[in-house]
Design a protein around this ligand. Structure first.
Ligand code: FMN
Length: 183
């Protein structure tokens, strides 16, 4: 019997972080095993406890404490066993770090260390998203073969209508499934 695919979900400090719970559930409905990594800032928007309860596993939050301490190289193990790394929602900050090879938290370390395909679903204010720096970072990552599920137009948390809304969860899940087939 084939093992179920392992999706590592990275959650970053966006107001759309609350949608991570729905993403976990829909991935599980497809039969995937889900491990969650949260950035420090993501914890300001949704609690690790919520995502631990939904994923059924301890959440990876800190390079130097927690579950990963049990094996000295927890982040490398996570990178090695991932079939897909999905970052949803992805902030401008994390996208910038990925575009420039930064590795200052567990999420960016796993992103650098994995051979699994990466799927990024950005979410941010429309002006942030249009900023040339953000656009250049997205273009660079796309050029490097990273799959993006582009944000949609909608009412943003800041009250304006614009492009920056996290893509529909259904589209995000479909992109992950497609990436796994292409692998
Ligand atoms: C209320 C609030 C909402 C925010 N929403 C977003 C967002 O949707 N997208 C984004 O790129 N940054 C957003 N930010 C800024 C990020 O939280 C900030 O850049 C942070 O450093 C991101 O860290 P991370 O990428 O490590 O998670 C928001 C900040 C606040 C205070």
């Amino acid at each position: 019997m084939s093992r179920s695919k392992h999706i590592v979900l990275g959650v970053t400090g966006s107001i759309a972080a609350y949608r991570a719970g729905d993403i976990i559930r829909r991935l599980q409905d497809k039969g995937f095993q889900v491990s969650v990594i949260m950035t420090k800032e993501a914890e300001k928007f949704i609690t690790p406890l919520t995502l631990a309860c939904l994923s059924g596993k301890e959440v990876f939050r800190d390079m130097f404490h927690g579950e990963q301490e049990r094996s000295s190289m927890g982040h490398i193990e996570l990178a090695r066993t991932a079939d897909c790394l999905l970052i949803a929602p992805a902030t401008a900050n994390t996208i910038a770090k990925l575009a420039h090879g930064f590795a200052d938290d567990i999420l960016t370390c796993v992103a650098l260390a994995t051979r699994a395909p990466l799927c990024i679903a950005p979410a941010m204010n429309d002006l942030m998203y249009q900023n040339p720096a953000v656009q250049e970072n997205c273009a660079k990552l796309k050029k490097n073969g990273i799959k993006f599920v582009d944000p949609t137009k909608g009412k943003l948390a800041c009250g304006v209508y614009g492009e920056g809304h996290l893509a529909d969860v259904e589209n995000i899940i479909e992109s992950v499934v497609r990436l796994l087939h292409e692998k």
